[in-house]
Design a protein around this ligand. Structure first.
Ligand code: NAI
Length: 318
């Protein structure tokens, strides 16, 4: 089997091993592949592995020997899964690997917004503590999480993990999920989406990006939030109207935001959020701890193995 990895670098910049995949066939790993290079590189591939390199219907049609597509992520919107299905090509994803890591990033942003460890440390190294007439000082409001309300939108794997951590901080948990009637009411108080925005000190987004969730954080909902509230988005950038969020942050409509994802990635130079007050952005790394990437690669290898053995798993287009 000829196996081509189109864009292996983001998953494995060198600290993981491709040996598991190599044991299953003749493997070529490309760090990145431009759209114009796909057909050349994959023309005789049996198995194609992609993370974010798009595989359109036209590209799939140009790959006559292709038998399987493995996506190195949970989201598989980069592949035209229907075009693959028409050719009888299974497309697989990695349904879960990063739950703990993403929930940890949510609290990295929350703890940063509530205590500003980095900014305070920077002032110490800049000599501000030496010059202080008091034994301590703080340059940002310091906020205790105990007793605060976290509002979770999308109460799936990551949302529930965030709730579990929030409980350890003695926070009150409210949540909105499209399927909340099927969920355990002991895990959160389920409310409607507008109540989440109105009644939370922190709103954290954990629903997938669908047509009906795009822009769920809009001007009106931001205006309904507490002026002391924070928004956390580790899910997908287009859930948020970025211009509306920038305006809300710059006008004190809400107090801060912690974002791991933006509408276009890598971020564009003119993304308005780069000019927003008390807004902190990480470059889509919530998934990328070494542990989570290791789990992802193990699942990707076992997906290929299952396919070769005639028992494909994690197929998203059956
Ligand atoms: P999940 O599928 O376990 O949970 C998603 C939840 O959202 C489900 O409970 C579902 O019922 C709910 N939902 C669906 N439509 C909804 C709607 N219209 N309104 C409210 N809730 C709705 O997914 P999981 O594993 O918790 O991941 C959540 C999201 O996190 C993913 O869709 C992905 O966008 C994002 N993610 C981000 C990563 C990062 O590195 N920043 C890494 C992994 C996932």
């Amino acid at each position: 089997m000829k196996i081509i990895v189109l864009d292996g670098f983001a998953l494995n910049p060198g600290d993981l091993s491709w040996d598991g995949l190599r044991s299953l066939g003749d493997v070529t790993v490309y760090e990145r592949t431009a759209d114009t290079e796909i057909l050349n590189r994959a023309v005789d591939a049996d198995i194609l592995i992609t993370n974010k390199t798009p595989l359109s219907a036209q590209t799939i049609a140009g790959l006559p020997t292709l038998k399987y597509i493995g996506v190195l992520a949970t989201g598989y919107n980069v592949v035209d899964v229907n075009a693959a299905k028409e050719r009888g090509i299974p497309v697989t994803n990695i349904p879960t690997y990063g739950t703990a890591s993403v929930a940890q990033m949510v609290f990295s942003h929350i703890l940063h917004l509530t205590q500003h460890v980095k900014e305070h440390s920077d002032t110490v190294y800049a000599g501000e503590w030496e010059r202080s007439i008091d034994f301590c000082y703080w340059n940002y409001p310091l906020i205790e999480l105990a007793g605060k309300t976290i509002g979770i939108i999308g109460f799936g794997r990551i949302g529930q993990k965030v709730a579990q951590i929030a409980r350890a901080f003695s926070m009150k948990i409210i949540a909105y999920d499209a399927f909340s009637e099927k969920m355990d009411p002991s895990l959160a108080e389920f409310v409607d989406i507008d109540t989440v925005f109105r009644d939370s000190d922190i709103v954290s987004l954990h629903c997938p990006l669908f047509a009906d969730t795009e822009g769920i954080v809009n001007e009106e909902r931001l205006k309904s939030m507490r002026s002391t509230a924070f928004l956390i988005n580790t899910s997908r950038g287009p859930l948020v109207d970025e211009l509306a969020l920038t305006t809300a942050l710059n006008n004190g409509v809400i107090a801060g935001a912690g974002l791991d994802v933006v509408s276009t990635e890598p971020i564009l130079k003119d993304n308005p959020l780069l000019m927003a007050k008390n807004c902190f952005i990480t470059p889509h790394i919530a998934w990328a701890t070494a542990e989570a990437r290791g789990r992802l690669l193990d699942t990707a290898v076992s997906n290929v193995e299952d396919f070769i053995n005639g028992t494909p798993a994690n197929v998203v287009n059956s």
